[in-house]
Write a protein that binds this ligand. Structure first.
Ligand code: NAP
Length: 273
């Protein structure tokens, strides 16, 4: 039996074991998926288990997506460009880090039917998720812009693209608006990162938040008759991509999404990646 898992801190609510168990069932993979809720000092022990094939692949989540990099031998192009890793595999005796959030976003844009070449995409927030959106948009030929509360800090992180303030945003329109801030996440479901005045100026709206299913941000988008999507497809897709990497398989993203969406939104009050 193969062993996989997720490495992070205070991650007891993680949804990942449910997701990966579903993939194992559907594709008849003889494997288990465990939670490694560890202190930073324990990370080398876990990585040693990958090197000795006791663990066959791990996901990485908060707060270790960047701190893990110093322990790895190689990075895939998207992980290198974002300076963040959420999936590790042993390849030719070397620990290699990937970023499957990036692939989860690409799959989400496909699900939404978006052709992003030369299209303006405005990203709210300048954290890890914003970096993944920025990388994916650039690679798809789109034109990203970051909205930040702290322009100086954000301009240091996003050097070659437009960085604007929330005031500038009031005068901005575009193709796609992405919420990559935590504003609106359970239990603070009464807040939205921006008002209707902003949302109405975009054709499509994506909230990376998946809990609640429909954030206030998305409720406003719906009222404005915009096509919208929440972060659940991205969440599922980053896990499916991890399994593809670990097992050298091609999997059906929509099938796993359909298997999980009803179960999750009917049964879970609170969950995280
Ligand atoms: P993060 O690193 O903490 O960054 C979030 C960014 O949001 C910050 O850099 C900040 O940008 C902005 N922000 C934070 N607090 C804010 C506030 N009170 N008001 C306005 N802006 C605020 O978080 P992250 O890892 O990027 O995640 C962001 C969201 O994406 C979370 O809700 C997370 O759950 C979600 N996410 C979803 C998936 C998925 O699979 N669906 C994957 C990753 C993340 P400025 O300081 O520049 O304003």
């Amino acid at each position: 039996m193969k062993k996989f898992g997720i490495l992070g801190k205070n991650i007891s609510y993680t949804f990942s074991p449910i997701l990966h168990k579903n993939i194992f069932e559907v594709y008849n993979i003889d494997a288990e998926y465990n939670i490694y809720d560890v202190k930073e000092s324990e990370i080398p022990d876990i990585l040693e288990k990958i090197k000795t094939n006791t663990i066959h692949g791990i996901n990485v989540t908060v707060p270790y997506k960047t701190t893990i990099i110093k322990f790895l031998d190689e990075l895939s192009p998207e992980a290198k460009s974002m300076n963040a890793v959420n999936c590790i595999k042993l390849e030719n005796g070397k620990l290699k880090g990937y970023n499957t959030d990036y692939f989860g976003l690409i799959e989400t844009f496909k699900k939404m039917g978006l052709l992003l070449k030369n299209k303006k995409v405005v990203i709210l927030g300048s954290g890890g998720a914003a970096k993944a959106v920025n990388r994916a948009i650039l690679d798809l030929g789109g034109i990203p812009a970051i909205v930040s509360r702290d322009l100086d800090k954000a301009k240091l992180e996003f050097k070659d693209i437009s960085v604007i303030s929330y005031n500038d945003l009031l005068e901005t329109s575009g193709f796609l608006l992405v919420n990559a801030t935590p504003i609106g996440t359970f239990p603070n479901i009464e807040s939205s990162p921006v008002k209707r005045q902003v949302i109405q100026n975009f054709d499509f709206v994506l909230d990376l938040i998946y809990n609640p299913k429909e954030t206030l941000f998305l409720k406003i988008a719906k009222q404005c008759f915009k096509k919208f999507e929440n972060g659940f497809y991205m969440l599922v897709s980053q896990g499916v991509k991890s399994e593809e990497i670990w097992n050298d398989l091609t999997l059906d993203y929509s099938l796993i999404y359909e298997n999980l969406i009803t179960e999750i939104y009917n049964n879970q009050e609170d969950f995280q990646s």
